[in-house]
Design a protein around this ligand. Structure first.
Ligand SMILES: *Cc1c(COP(=O)(O)O)cnc(C)c1O
Length: 725
């Protein structure tokens, strides 16, 4: 965690960049006040209720209402809109409608657009400049019923014989292109309900300043005036007081009718709607967010469902979080995070992210950043250092397949701690950071698991698991489920707690540990105690943990934002390796979470017995969750086991569990052997391909000397940033 303090030092040292830092996007986009001369523009499909909602909103705000159909088109054309469409046909209609809108100007009104206005780009560009576009995202079934009731039978596109459902689906992309804010309507919402939501959405848009972030160690008695926005939080990572950033007002709560709208949506669509609610549109516009989300989840996951939920046994389900390019759940965050990060960076500087890893983070970070394109790619790079002898063969091959471009891995002839210390030292050396800034305009940064942009995307898959169970008829919305999570740094578990805060009916978050069970002990006793506790290697190395960094967010959450207490506890942890939470707080902890731990023998036995009974092969982390869920669930509701890695990623342990003799030497052959044993889940093709590539290429190996690592950093910067610009 000292790392990020150091990165802030680096930022400060980079004086050439600091000048530009003060003009970061969050400052630039400070809104001109909407009230006054700007319009509120209601957009949505035919039958969404734009006219009526517009009237109600106008009345409530004391503004004039303008209806494009009635007040502009019909007066211009001197005939009903339907007659015009019948007379000139769809194509000509759109053009004339667009022209009319281009010639129309107003200010300080509530304007109800027509359903087809958004299909005309020039016209929309023109009106969008005059105000805020609010998209009434109404359920298609509601629309069709309403249109049938209103006997509407003339809509652009219908004359070509397309069904109403197809027209509505086709239109959606245009609405999503122009919206500033979405108003997600539940099924059966009345026009008054929708108007109410419009007012709330406009209010949120205008009130950007309310969506700030605070440090988990900030003193609420002494609220600072400084506003911290999304971009700053993402770029800074760690707060200056050593705490972690959290949204000051928690997560938005979503009501049941809105959740139900998400049931039929795809993963990227769910992600878009949910993240729009968590990131203010002035921090990242809805259109930019959409582009990023579809790039992250549109086709990079081998399962179209991205994070599918499968039935395992009895009332247990597995959510497969390993279909990303590097086969661990870290891909869910790290396919999106680099794009959020690049978007938030202040202009003008190059950024090199340094990562030390001994596990799944390395390959996931490399994959995520290597997918950046355009300017982002030209100024954002990542260099991963890993211990030559300290990662599994498969992890090494995954990382070393990245040798060129803006994402590269280098191994070090030392251990993880050496890599970590070397990076920390680089951040702290103002001579070095100043040199890199002046010489190359490059700032060093990190991307570790406490960054808000890594935690936030994870809220989506916990929500998605619940929605899948609703869609598949396992539960009705509102019925509880438990989730069981193999827990290390508590990022995954914390995002489940946040999903619950957003209104997902998760009953208990069950945290599962291996024999390094400091988190489990904390949840069961209220005492976090590192004294005399060595880290003992296990078959589930990704949860071999002593300091669980995101636990700080959990304590902040259960203490209702008591920054002073959090500061006291974590200062004590640093100084005395120990803290204990007050008794009432332990009660709150246990209301949210349960915890248990699993021995090495039990873990391997679970892999074996689940395979014997169901044909499904779990990885060792999933097995830890399975053992703990068996022990702690009370059978009264379904349990979702978070499967955080594909079994192939931890092949040697899985061979041991399945008692397979004659294990092949070559990692690719190992995967093939396991694939022929497992009837489920399917082989991980991306991982296989990467391994084959990694094996062919070889990689650069650094001597265990600080200066050698610094040279590696500098040569990467020269190669990566100077060539392309
Ligand atoms: C990183 C990782 C974990 C731990 O996740 P946290 O969010 O740190 O609790 C669990 N399993 C696998 C396979 C991982 O890679």
């Amino acid at each position: 965690m000292g790392l990020l303090n150091a990165s802030q030092l680096a930022l400060r040292a980079a004086t050439c960049c600091l000048r530009h830092f003060s003009t970061s996007k969050s400052w630039l986009s400070t809104k001109a006040s909407l009230v006054g001369d700007r319009n509120i523009l209601l957009m949505g499909p035919p039958g969404a209720g734009k006219t009526t909602v517009g009237r109600i909103v106008a009345h409530r705000l004391g503004l004039p209402a303008v209806d494009i159909d009635d007040d502009v088109l019909e007066t211009t054309w001197r005939m009903p809109v339907a007659a015009k469409l019948a007379a000139v046909g769809g194509e000509r209609f759109l053009e004339e409608e667009g022209q009319a809108l281009c010639n129309f100007s107003t200010s300080g009104c509530v304007v109800s657009l027509t359903g087809s206005n958004p299909l005309h780009a020039a016209a929309m560009q023109h009106v969008k400049e005059s105000g805020l576009v609010v998209y009434l995202d109404v359920d298609s079934e509601d629309i069709m019923q309403r249109l049938a009731r209103m006997h509407v039978n003339r809509i652009v596109g219908q004359e070509a014989g397309a069904s109403m459902r197809d027209i509505l689906r086709y239109r959606r992309q245009f609405y999503e292109k122009w919206l500033d804010v979405r108003v997600l309507c539940g099924r059966g919402d009345t026009q008054e309900d929708i108007a109410e939501k419009v007012l709330k959405a406009v209010d949120r848009y205008l009130n950007h300043a309310a969506e700030t972030y605070v440090s988990t160690r900030s003193d609420s008695v002494e609220p600072s005036n400084q506003k911290t926005h999304f971009s700053d939080v993402v770029v800074e990572g760690l707060a200056t007081d050593g705490g972690l950033y959290v949204p000051k007002n928690g997560f938005p709560n979503i009501d049941a009718p809105e959740w139900l709208r998400l049931v039929d949506m795809s993963y990227p669509e769910r992600a878009l709607v949910l993240l729009e609610k968590c990131i203010h549109p002035l921090d990242i516009s809805a259109l930019d967010l959409r582009t990023m989300i579809f790039k992250a989840y549109g086709s990079t996951f081998s399962s179209e469902a991205v994070a599918p939920v499968k039935h395992l046994i009895h009332n247990q389900y597995v959510q497969e979080l390993f279909h990303g390019p590097t086969a661990s759940f870290k891909d869910l965050a790290l396919q999106l995070m680099p794009q959020l990060f690049a978007h938030c960076l202040p202009p003008m500087c190059n950024y090199l992210i340094l990562v030390a890893t001994s596990g799944d983070t390395g390959s996931a970070v490399l994959s995520g950043f290597s997918r950046l394109s355009g300017t982002d790619r030209h100024r954002t790079g990542v260099l991963v250092f890993f211990p030559e002898e300290g990662v599994s063969e498969i992890q090494k091959l995954q990382m070393t397949s990245f040798r060129e471009g803006n994402a590269r891995a280098a191994s070090v002839l030392s251990d993880f701690d050496f890599c970590q210390r070397a990076i920390k030292r680089m951040f702290g050396e103002s001579g070095l950071t100043g040199h890199l800034a002046v010489e190359y305009g490059t700032v060093l940064s990190t991307a570790n698991s406490i960054n808000w942009a890594r935690l936030l995307p994870q809220v989506v898959y916990h929500s998605s698991a619940y929605l899948d169970l609703c869609r598949d008829g396992v539960i009705n919305f509102g019925e509880p489920v438990d989730v069981c999570i193999p827990t290390g740094n508590f990022g995954n578990a914390m995002s489940a707690v946040y999903a619950k805060q957003m209104g997902v009916p998760i009953r208990r978050v069950i945290c599962a540990s291996n024999h390094n069970h400091v988190v489990t002990d904390f949840i069961t006793t209220g005492e976090y105690d590192l004294r005399g506790r060595p880290l003992v290697p296990s078959h589930s190395p990704a949860i071999d943990i002593l300091k669980s960094s995101n636990l700080e967010r959990f304590i902040y959450y259960v203490s209702h934002g008591d920054g002073r207490l959090v500061k006291e506890l974590f200062t004590s942890l640093d100084a005395r390796q120990h803290f204990r939470v007050p008794e009432p707080l332990l009660g709150r902890v246990q209301q949210e979470a349960l915890a248990g731990w699993c021995s090495e023998d039990d873990c391997l036995a679970a892999v074996q017995s689940v395979h014997a009974r169901t044909g499904y092969v779990m990885d060792t982390h999933t097995a830890v969750a399975k053992v703990v869920a068996d022990r702690l669930q009370d059978g009264s509701c379904p349990v979702v086991l978070c499967s955080t890695a594909h079994y192939g990623k931890f092949a040697p342990a899985v061979f041991k569990a399945l008692r397979i003799q004659n294990v092949p030497e070559d990692p690719v052959e190992q995967l093939k052997t396991l694939a022929s044993t497992a009837s489920r889940p399917e082989t991980h093709r991306d991982m296989m391909t990467r391994l084959e590539e990694g094996g062919r290429r070889g990689h650069s190996v650094c001597q265990a000397e600080y200066d050698v690592l610094v040279e590696e950093v500098e040569s990467m910067i020269q190669d990566c940033f100077l060539k392309v610009t």
